[in-house]
Design a protein around this ligand. Sequence first.
Ligand code: NAD
Length: 444
Amino acid sequence: MRITIFGTGYVGLVQAAVFAEAGYQVLCVDVDADKVARLARGEVPIYEPDLQHPVVENGAAGRLRFTTDAARGVAHGDIQFIAVGTPPDEDGSADLTYVLAVADTIATHMDTETLVVVKSTVPVGTSDKVRAKIVERLAARGRSDLQFDVASNPEFLKEGSAVADCTRPDRIIIGVASRRAEERLRELYAPFNRNREKIIAMDIRSAELTKYAANCMLATKISFMNEIANLADRLGADIEHVRHGIGSDPRIGYNFIYPGVGYGGSCFPKDVQALIRTADQIGFDAALLKSVEERNNRQKSYIVDKIHAHFGPDLGGRTFALWGLAFKPNTDDMREAPSRVIMEALWAAGATVRAHDPKAMEECQRIYGDRPDLVLCDTRDEALQGADALILVTEWKAYNIIDFDDMKATLKQPVIFDGRNVYDPAAAKRHGITLYAVGRGTRN
Ligand code: NAD
């Protein structure tokens, strides 16, 4: 089976590498010529653990190739995957421009029966739009005789462990409207479905909604914990005790109940928004999801509020060391990252930021360029030099262990704002450090 994947972002590239690793002939198509050229040279343009090796090895073996030539791409694949971006539109709904452009491209070049699989996260009903677009283009070409299926196969990988998630998925959701499409997808995923049945087949609309439901559920867990953390702050309770206490209930569980500075990334914020807009469009008030979004937006300012409470409204002349730019550990992705909201608020109040991240420095430079109030530091210790206080934003393992005495000697003031509850408040106190964490009982 030969596979074509449109879009070589986090999803398309990882899935392509994993399919090639399983032995399939994979051709990736992207409109970004620079990205394609780099990939063709074996350079991986994003940071994702364990991705370099399969891209290089399968590239060398001729199983994984890259092109900007869409016609070549369409001619290659028995299955055509659409894995392009679906960024938020101005009103928060998913922008389907890229998805529908690929559908049009496929219909423009296809010459034989094909299966089109939508892997991008798309609102319910999008596969119908993809189908309509293909029907329209085939009719314009006078090729309405060509048969095709459209299927939905949403992706559940997590940035930071994307290769492992794709190689050993928890589940493989396939939304199909024909037995032919289902059989072909079952055959495609057979190598990933060996140790237990992971394929969950359903109708297309349910598959499309499953992806949104999953991300919205996870976002809800985070916003719920952040809400309780705010209460804990004001009530003099410690959210970390509360977290352990509730996680021990198997109906709740320990996963994904960490309070912090809010969720970010390219998926949760946009997918929560998009489902709210979908609900709006059909006249349903998605009250819970609106609150999830609202809590998250406020949570991104949580640390900034603590900083102002400590240093006052004017931060002119102040310098803050900021550890962690990526929206979460093990990625270089800064899309919707809380670090951006925090840095921008600090700059607006006149402060300078000395930032460090193990992988996202290049991305930060790309986003913010050379600003006088941003200093990108090569090491975490360098970021502390001359800083009034430390702000921990992303819980990279490299930031887990700190020497409070060194910290005290280096920082102008012994103050740490811990946006991920990594540091021990009792130890900080013993060393004379003022530690502001999230929901750990500092009444204010
Ligand atoms: P991305 O922005 O990293 O990559 C998208 C790629 O598509 C880019 O390289 C872009 O150049 C390319 N592209 C745009 N138009 C094209 C066209 N007409 N033909 C070929 N290529 C084209 O996006 P991503 O993070 O990989 O996300 C892709 C989709 O998967 C989105 O819908 C997203 O919501 C979903 N998703 C993302 C993740 C994640 O963790 N990033 C996880 C699950 C699902």
